[in-house]
Design a binder for this molecule. Structure first.
Ligand code: PEP
Ligand code: MN
Length: 303
């Protein structure tokens, strides 16, 4: 099967690349774009790492994690103020902080110099999020919320477009095109796990679609990163899948990091602790370096 004889409407065809997503489509084999976010380049030799808690639980927590993320070589601080939580009920241990957390993210950014990537779930949240965020995250569940994509694109902010867990690569690139058609070409794609029958452990909600990384490179010039935390839902598997992502050609990774993972307000099974994060940053650099890229060259220079 090649792009030339692919099934129309299911597989990605040459005609799709000409007329359905001409802006997102690669124009020639090997066509790659670099997306710049506040001086950090996605799609280049150095792979940016986004790290942080699932949820910006408190000012003290985000400042502590930001300092750690910075010290270990991350470029962006992640963390949700607004969260697409699966269930509507909230408690002291399961909550989203809301707008107040945007101020805490701004403080963490100012102190550490890390860039901020945070999720927006509705158009109404855009002004507040854009006042703080260097990059606006569209979550998996909103990948096909087209009015939100259009509104987010029009802010001019770089967009992190997460793949819906049931979306094909074709659908995902259609969503990217909705952003690009507004004149905003700063789109980074993020694979975060798909729904499929998988593995022996029910706690693993999704399956990291690693093969979408090279597959995407055949048809789009946009950078692709992965989020092994959401994909595996299981902290012991985050490092191996992060390393495999870089081996597969990912342009960066997003990692959930928490000082006391088991006590994280949201998704406590998937965050890694500081020690695991530190080891992973070193190992990511080793894999990247073997492939002509890098994550933390300072560690090698110091050795
Ligand atoms: C997140 O990154 O916090 C998140 C909710 O991810 P996803 O949209 O991939 O589930
Ligand atoms: Mn989550």
């Amino acid at each position: 099967m090649t792009i030339e004889n692919a099934a129309p409407g299911k597989d990605i065809t040459a005609e799709d690349m000409r007329s359905k997503f001409p802006l997102a489509a690669a124009k020639h084999p090997g066509h790659r774009s670099i997306v710049e976010v506040g001086g950090v380049a996605f799609g280049a030799e150095t792979l940016p790492v986004m790290a942080g808690p699932n949820t910006v639980e408190s000012r003290a927590l985000i400042l502590d994690i930001a300092r750690t993320a910075k010290a270990h070589g991350a470029s962006l601080l992640r963390g949700g103020a607004f969260k697409p939580l699966t269930f509507p009920y909230r408690s002291a241990s399961y909550f989203e902080p809301g707008a107040e957390a945007l101020g805490w993210l701004a403080e963490a950014r100012a102190e550490t110099g890390l860039l901020v990537v945070t999720e927006v779930m509705s158009e109404a949240q855009l002004p507040g999020v854009c006042a703080v965020a260097d990059m606006v995250q569209i979550g998996a569940r909103n990948m096909q919320n087209y009015p939100l994509l259009t509104a987010a694109a029009r802010t001019g902010k770089p967009i992190l477009l997460k793949r819906h867990f049931g979306a094909s690569l074709r659908d995902w690139l259609g969503a990217a095109e909705y952003i690009m058609v507004e004149g905003n070409h700063n789109v980074v794609l993020c694979e975060r796990g798909i729904s499929a029958p998988h593995t022996h452990r029910a706690t693993s909600r999704f399956l990291l679609d690693l093969q979408v990384v090279p597959a995407a490179r055949e048809v789009t010039h946009l950078p692709v990163i992965t989020d092994p935390s959401h994909a595996t839902f299981w902290r012991e598997w985050v490092a191996p899948l992060a390393l495999a992502s870089v081996a597969a050609g990912a342009d960066g990774v997003m990692l959930e990091v928490h000082p006391e993972p088991a006590r994280a307000a949201v998704d406590p099974l998937q965050a890694i602790d500081y020690a695991a994060f530190s080891r992973l940053m070193r190992d990511l650099d080793r894999i990247a370096h073997a492939l002509g890229r890098q994550v933390r060259p300072d560690l090698r220079e110091a050795a």
